[in-house]
Design a protein around this ligand. Structure first.
Ligand code: FEO
Length: 398
């Protein structure tokens, strides 16, 4: 992709990764981008780099604007390797006078074995650097989503370069929010939040408050992945406020794995009960649905109902996977329930309940176990469970 001027003398010079389909466990079924920004001023500045494999794309894009050797400063907003994998080669090429990063950024770069002799210049929230006509202010955003993460803000351009925050994993030839379908863009942003940032929601709330207190004027948000918010920055700020408050809808998700379709029949009966109570319901068979799709739908679901048959005294492995993943992402204030079929031991329901308790969900019911295959009474009990959860959702979500 070619460079794009996003503000006067500020260029997108990053890389588009059309092929990536798994981003450390997140299904990037539409690829991603690694956004890098070049600021032309008395001190020419590059903000972040790209994944190692995409170094040539970055260097080519920079070279279409200036000789890379003319770059004076490198800003490292985030040390994760999708933004710093190419850094050593880029530093060899540009020989920057200074590398600006947070104190945790320097610590983490050294831990990643970047040379101790680099011209590190650590910066903290409130500090800024003049590039000539433009100024860059730094805002540390610890644990959003790594300890080293920070924002770079250009007040003259009202431009917030936001690292991973407000990003989306979506490879496109377009660079701006108004050039793509708005609903699809927000769906990718929601997936990103649900799978990367949900557990840090209290920090997101604090950051949004801090940004307001600092009185930052923002008319463009340029994240390190996906589209740049130039037309609707307020829409993504409002969405982050909603998602970080874990606002839920009258919606339930049923997530299950099944050996011989018995647990599947139970899932369908529970869904019927929920729908009878007018609850928006989605069913996820883990044979066919990736964990990150499940988490995306959980973002605004009030109830999470999990089913697994028992195999070798345990949950089915896919159910253990999703529950482990879900627990790590810390959804709060949900209603939970378990169900599943079994042959002779039947531990799965109890094990699911244990996860739900660990996540501090409100357990709607001790759970339904069915020996081998559900009969009509069993299916009626499942339907009744769906109705019961539906009524609980109605009471809790107005
Ligand atoms: Fe896009 Fe946390 O790296």
């Amino acid at each position: 992709m070619i460079p794009v001027e996003i503000k006067p003398d500020v260029y997108w010079v990053g890389a588009v990764d059309w092929d990536i389909r798994d981003f450390h466990g997140y299904s990037t079924y539409k690829g991603t981008t690694y956004n890098t920004y070049l600021i032309l001023d008395d001190k020419i500045t590059l903000v972040d780099t790209v994944k190692k494999e995409h170094k040539d794309q970055l260097v080519k894009n920079i070279s279409l604007i200036i000789d890379p050797a003319k770059i004076d400063y490198l800003i490292v907003n985030h040390v994760e390797l999708d933004h710093s994998g190419a850094m050593m080669q880029v530093v060899d090429l540009i020989r920057p006078e200074k590398i600006f990063c947070s104190p945790m950024g320097q610590k983490n770069m050294l831990a990643y074995n970047f040379p101790a002799g680099y011209p590190y210049a650590t910066v903290k929230t409130g500090q800024s650097v003049s590039l000539g006509k433009k100024t860059v202010q730094f805002i540390e955003t610890r644990m959003l989503h790594w300890p080293d993460s920070m924002f770079s803000y250009l007040p003259d351009d009202r431009l917030l370069i936001s690292s991973d925050a407000f990003g989306q994993h979506w490879a496109t030839s377009e660079r701006f929010d108004d050039q793509v379908d708005a609903a699809e863009l927000m769906a990718h942003a929601a997936k990103y939040y649900a799978n990367i940032l949900l557990l840090y929601s209290p920090l997101v709330q604090k950051l949004l408050g801090d940004v307001q207190k600092m009185g930052l004027q923002i008319d463009m948000i340029a994240p390190d992945h996906g589209l740049i918010w130039r037309t609707r920055p307020q829409a993504i700020l409002e969405a982050y406020d909603r998602w970080s408050r874990q606002v839920t809808a009258q919606k339930a998700i049923i997530v299950y794995d099944t050996m011989w379709h018995s647990t599947e029949k139970m899932a369908v009966a529970i869904a019927e009960g929920l729908v009878q109570e007018n609850i928006s319901t989605k069913i996820f068979n883990l044979h066919h649905n990736h964990r990150s799709e499940v988490m995306t739908e959980l973002l605004d679901a009030k109830a999470v109902i999990c089913g697994s048959s028992t195999l070798n005294n345990n949950l089915l492995p896919r159910m253990a996977d999703i529950l482990t993943y879900m627990k790590g992402l810390k959804p709060l204030n949900r209603i939970g329930a378990a169900f599943g079929s079994y042959g002779w031991s039947g531990e799965a329901v109890g094990q699911i309940n244990h996860y739900l308790e660990e996540m501090k969900f409100t357990i709607a019911d001790p759970g339904i176990k069915v020996n081998y295959g559900p009969n009509a009474d069993d299916l009626q009990a499942c339907q009744a469970l769906g109705q019961k959860i539906g009524r609980m959702i109605q009471e809790q979500v107005k």
